[in-house]
Design a protein around this ligand. Structure first.
Ligand code: SAM
Length: 193
């Protein structure tokens, strides 16, 4: 797709460092919207079940150890309380608010008691606030010896900020916030069930 430059907001490159958490051998991590670069699969490998509603995105992941399943995060096929942790790495920017709400409810359902949910995402204006209608975030992701330079682009939708995410999480079962930050428009949140 060829989009005029005047219709696009493109960020300068933002740097994200992920310090891997200690994960036990049998711990299960659900990564939603986990295709594309597959950052979480590349960090946590065989502990990860990556779901994405696009098979082509899952096929792009270079890691061969994670389990990859074509699945809509808004209606997951897992039974309740299956996962120790869940992650969403720049996946919610690809969803409308109603899909984000359904995905949060599903994550809450499939997480075990005390399970954690980590979100990395980006502050974006709503499509009504600005003259542009597309948004591209340029990223450098670093995790130990992994360095990935990438860009994620979407059509602008509802406004998204640290506060909008915290509100949606709180209203959908995640009342315990472990960590939250918004640095250089990059959002990071960890909540617990
Ligand atoms: C920025 S991209 C990939 C980011 C990915 N986490 C990574 O590490 O590169 C966001 C992904 O979310 C997926 N996605 C969007 N809506 C989804 C949904 N309802 N269920 C599952 N995946 C979804 C898209 O297909 C896309 O692959």
């Amino acid at each position: 797709m060829n989009i005029e430059k005047s219709r696009i907001i493109e960020t300068e490159k933002k740097s994200i460092t992920i310090i891997p958490k200690e994960v036990k051998e049998n711990e299960k991590i659900l990564d939603i919207g986990g295709g594309g670069e597959g950052i979480i699969s590349r960090i946590y490998k065989s502990n990860v079940t990556a779901i994405d509603n696009r098979k082509d995105e899952l096929k792009e992941i270079s890691d061969t150890e994670s389990l990859k399943i074509v699945m809509d995060a808004t209606v997951m096929a897992f039974i309740d309380h299956q996962f120790d942790r869940a992650t969403a790495f720049f996946s919610f920017m690809y969803m409308h608010e109603n899909e984000i709400i359904k995905s949060i409810m599903e994550v809450h359902r499939v997480l075990k008691k005390n399970g954690s949910f980590e979100i990395w995402d980006i502050e974006m204006p709503s499509g009504h606030q600005v003259k542009e209608d597309f948004f591209i975030v340029q990223l450098e992701v670093i995790s130990e010896d992994l360095v990935v330079n990438t860009g994620y682009g979407v059509q602008l939708k509802e406004v998204q900020s640290l506060d909008t995410f915290l509100e949606l999480l709180k209203n959908n079962g995640f009342t315990s916030v472990i960590s939250k930050s918004c640095i250089d428009n990059v959002i990071y949140i960890e909540v617990k069930k």
